[in-house]
Design a binder for this molecule. Structure first.
Ligand SMILES: NC(=O)c1ccc[n+]([C@@H]2O[C@H](COP(=O)([O-])OP(=O)(O)OC[C@H]3O[C@@H](n4cnc5c(N)ncnc54)[C@H](OP(=O)(O)O)[C@@H]3O)[C@@H](O)[C@H]2O)c1
Length: 261
């Protein structure tokens, strides 16, 4: 299937690892030019080199911390220098685990900035141009936790729900203009973040990462963690011409983990 993405330009957040990297690979593999961002400039340079070498596309980079209130402005200004932006994949790191009865206001503020305010501000800055041209794709990496809350990740469950509500509302407002907004909800996909969560849980429980992983896998009908490229493939499809009538949707990539309809 030709996704008709050759020559399109995409911004991908958190592109140096895991799901962001897999999204960047999938889009670059379809011939998109990329502007990648995350916090660590050295890792960004190395990733940009690898993407150029693997896919032969232009890759620019900008360092920004999604938990900072100036991140969206920094990325948008790099985007202006890079040229017309067709596709935005919003993604960054996840918030810390916490006992939901012991949250604190400063951590709420940081998590909402990281998971909702920064991606909403970034997309808001890029939307006018997409609407004027009558073509645009916004894809946000969310979490299965917004459908089936994860016990020790309330900052994530709640922060991503804010973004999901904004995506749905905005998708409906501009659906006739050729610009789509959708979310993807990973369940448990093997990345450094999941390794960090599993090893943290093992340490707190006096257990091993293997035991923690086994307990999670027992709740996944597919019987395994996902692979990052299994999410990257969906991101590329949602970015494509083929997904032109698909907007305001939140799609799980979870091996059947979410039990509800
Ligand atoms: N993997 C899963 O199954 C899963 C499930 C549900 C939700 N998620 C969520 O999906 C997102 C991506 O997860 P992942 O598994 O791909 O994680 P990952 O492998 O740890 O990658 C995270 C990426 O985001 C960047 N990043 C981290 N904090 C950032 C910040 N404050 N500002 C800008 N960039 C930042 C990292 O680079 P730097 O550290 O250099 O900034 C890295 O490129 C996370 O929000 C995660 O919580 C993942």
């Amino acid at each position: 299937m030709d996704l008709e993405l050759r020559g399109r330009t995409a911004i991908v957040g958190g592109a140096t690892s895991g799901l962001g990297r897999a999204s960047a690979d999938a889009l670059a593999g379809e011939g998109c030019r990329l502007l990648i961002w995350s916090r660590d400039e050295r890792r960004l340079s190395a990733t940009a080199q690898e993407l150029r070498a693997a896919h032969g596309v232009d890759v620019a980079l900008v360092a920004a911390d999604a938990a900072s209130s100036d991140a969206a402005a920094t990325i948008a200004s790099a985007a202006e220098a890079f040229g017309q932006i067709d596709i935005v994949v919003t993604n960054a790191g996840g918030p810390p685990t916490v006992d939901p009865t012991s949250t604190d206001p400063a951590a709420w503020q940081r998590s909402i900035q990281l998971l909702a305010t920064t991606p909403i501000e970034l997309v808001t800055r890029l939307l006018p141009d997409m609407r004027e041209r009558g073509w645009g794709r916004v894809i946000s990496i969310l979490s299965s936790g917004i459908r089936q809350p994860i016990g020790d990740l309330v900052y994530s469950n709640a922060g991503r729900s804010v973004l999901a509500a904004w995506l749905k509302t905005t998708a409906r407002a501009i659906a006739a203009e050729g610009v789509t907004l959708n979310g993807v909800m990973p369940g448990r996909i093997a990345t450094p973040r999941i390794h960090e969560l599993d090893s943290g849980r093992a340490e707190r429980d006096g257990s091993t990462e293997e035991v923690v992983r086994g307990a999670h896998i027992a709740t996944i009908p597919a019987g395994r963690y996902g692979r990052p490229e299994e999410l990257g493939a969906l991101v590329a499809f949602l970015a494509s011409e083929r997904a032109s009538y698909l907007t305001g949707q939140l799609i799980a990539v979870d091996g059947g983990l979410i039990a509800g309809l």
